[in-house]
Design a protein around this ligand. Structure first.
Ligand code: NAD
Length: 344
């Protein structure tokens, strides 16, 4: 058996890009995903892009026996946990489903890791742990005040990791609180593939550009920002994937002698307004993107962007791509695969 990294939720948007980066570094990967928010064809896309075969398990990770089976059948040396539900809006309507899924996955992974003596885990947390930022840029030491159950699951997950790390110094955890990923793989064969009407800005804009949706709805135009629309921190999904790989490598490098828990922001460190992103997409696509202003969403902050100094120092990680790169790659993916992984 080859020593491998278990990537939970590895068929998802960020997970699949991270799997490619791991494979490109000749790090063996096992993917576990129930495909509830992804597609089995993502595995084929990863294999076609990398020229490598990937072992994957179609399993619900809230089933502990399934998690145990993966560990029994493979030599897992570390885990990256992307698996979970991620819609802020749905989490307020179905909090139990969110708490159950997001927490049970992590608890199962950790219990089986403990049974098997595997002590390194990178966790995908989120900027939503901060809620409405008190000051900018947002630092890791800032207060955590999530405004929805989704964000709470991330705060609770980090709490679990902290407590566990205190109980036994063999554990080492890095929680990556990331801001807004954009973009797609350079090949145009892997990208964000939302079910139904997209929640996120980029797929919404490109679906308008390609004519699948009629116009972009912009939530609020009277925020205290330069153009009245809300400002967020966007980074290329490949930069984010590199951040996850750097974190896993950091944990696996014994000379770092790292034990315990560390939370790191990943972002570009810069803020862009919705209109700035829209204009960047217009330039890249050469199309006018119609939009209308609608009511602000409850709890939406005017402005949020990250301080990324800690990640730079800790991991030596820095984002490489620009907003134009992010728009170009999203557009390339959307044009090559207007119906996601469905051919027609
Ligand atoms: N995309 C973002 O904007 C963003 C921002 C901050 C944090 N995050 C976090 O990063 C992680 C990955 O995000 P993403 O955008 O790639 O999401 P995604 O939905 O594309 O990926 C999550 C994957 O987990 C799988 N999954 C869900 N429940 C499962 C279960 N019970 N068993 C097995 N697999 C299960 C889904 O099928 C999906 O493939 C998530 O934890 C998310 O909360 C995402």
């Amino acid at each position: 058996m080859m020593a491998a990294i278990l990537v939970a939720g590895g068929a998802g948007y960020v997970g699949s890009h991270t799997v490619i980066k791991l494979l490109e570094k000749d790090i063996d990967v096992i993917i576990a995903d129930d495909f509830s928010n992804s597609d089995e064809r993502v595995i084929h896309a990863i294999e076609a892009i990398t020229g490598k075969t990937v072992k994957s398990y179609a399993v619900d990770l809230t089933q502990k026996e399934e998690v145990r089976r993966i560990f029994d059948e493979n030599e897992i040396i570390g885990v990256i946990d992307f698996a979970g539900f991620k819609s802020v809006g749905t989490s307020s309507k179905a909090p139990l489903a969110y708490y159950r899924n997001n927490l049970e996955i992590l608890l199962n992974l950790l219990s089986v890791m403990q049974e098997q003596g595997v002590y390194h885990l990178v966790f995908s947390s989120s900027a939503t742990v901060y809620g409405n930022p008190e000051s900018l840029p947002v630092k890791e030491s800032d207060k955590q005040k999530p405004t929805n159950p989704y964000g709470q699951t991330k705060v609770m997950s980090e709490r679990i990791l902290r407590d566990l790390a205190k109980s036994d110094e063999r554990w080492s955890f890095i929680s990556l609180r990331f801001f807004n990923p954009l973009g797609a793989h350079k090949s145009g064969d892997l990208g964000e593939n939302p079910n139904g009407v997209p929640n996120n800005l980029a797929p919404y804009i490109t679906q308008v550009a390609i004519g699948k949706l009629s116009e972009l709805k912009i939530f609020g135009h009277d925020f205290p920002t330069s153009d009245g629309t809300s400002v967020r921190d966007y980074m290329h999904v490949d930069d984010l994937a590199e951040g996850h790989v750097a974190a896993m490598e950091y944990l696996l490098t014994t000379s770092n002698k790292f034990s315990g828990f560390e939370a790191l922001n990943l972002g570009s460190g810069k803020g862009y307004s919705v209109l700035e992103i829209l204009r960047a997409f217009e330039q890249v696509t050469g199309k006018k993107i119609p939009f209308e202003y609608v009511e602000k969403r409850e709890g939406d902050a005017a402005e949020s962007f990250a301080s990324i100094e800690k990640a730079k120092e800790f991991l030596g990680w820095e984002p490489k791509y620009t907003i134009t790169d992010m728009c170009l790659d999203t557009w390339n993916w959307q044009q090559k695969h207007p119906n996601g992984y469905n051919e027609a």
